[in-house]
Ligand binder design. Sequence first.
Ligand code: PRP
Ligand code: ADE
Length: 179
Amino acid sequence: SLELAQLDLKALVRTIPDYPKPGILFRDITTLIEHPEGFRESVERLANAHRGLGVTHVAGIEARGFIFGAGVAIALGVGFVPIRKKGKLPGQTIGQNYALEYGVDTIEIHDDVLDGSHRVLLVDDLIATGGTAIAAVGLIRRTGAVIEHAGFVIDLPDIGGAEKLETEGVTVTSLIAFE
Ligand code: PRP
Ligand code: ADE
């Protein structure tokens, strides 16, 4: 029936060429989250893919990872841990430099929230090179916590980040692919 037809999430993502640099096809999720069912369905599908795994926390990466990660944490009934760009977290942090599709940056996590008793799900809007996600997994593992799953709204499979993340022992789930 019409009601059961699945929403076309991919059609809700806007593509902007040459942003933020020439040659980059920017996959813009602002058009997806502006759509109430698109936003809700993205969060629900990421949450449903990670039920029954004993996840104790969702970690989301600033800034776009906060949008989806916060929703997934609420849907799973677990807490949310922010992974932020350098200098934004007020407590004691550990940090990691990394390269992404269009630059370099540093991310940080508070060092007193996660430990070996925790199982973390990483959430972000998009994986391209995997540089950001692999840096985040490294930070989470340095806290002692277990991370075996990551969820993304968008994968760019030709760039190979998801495959690289899997070689780090992380099972990757994504909702949409742009070849
Ligand atoms: C984007 C995106 C991912 C990362 C993916 O974040 O939200 O975090 O790039 O690229 P990678 O797989 O090549 O590492 P960006 O650093 O642009 O930050 P934003 O969320 O603050 O816009
Ligand atoms: N982050 C890294 N590569 C990206 C892309 N092509 N579109 C949107 N965000 C990105």
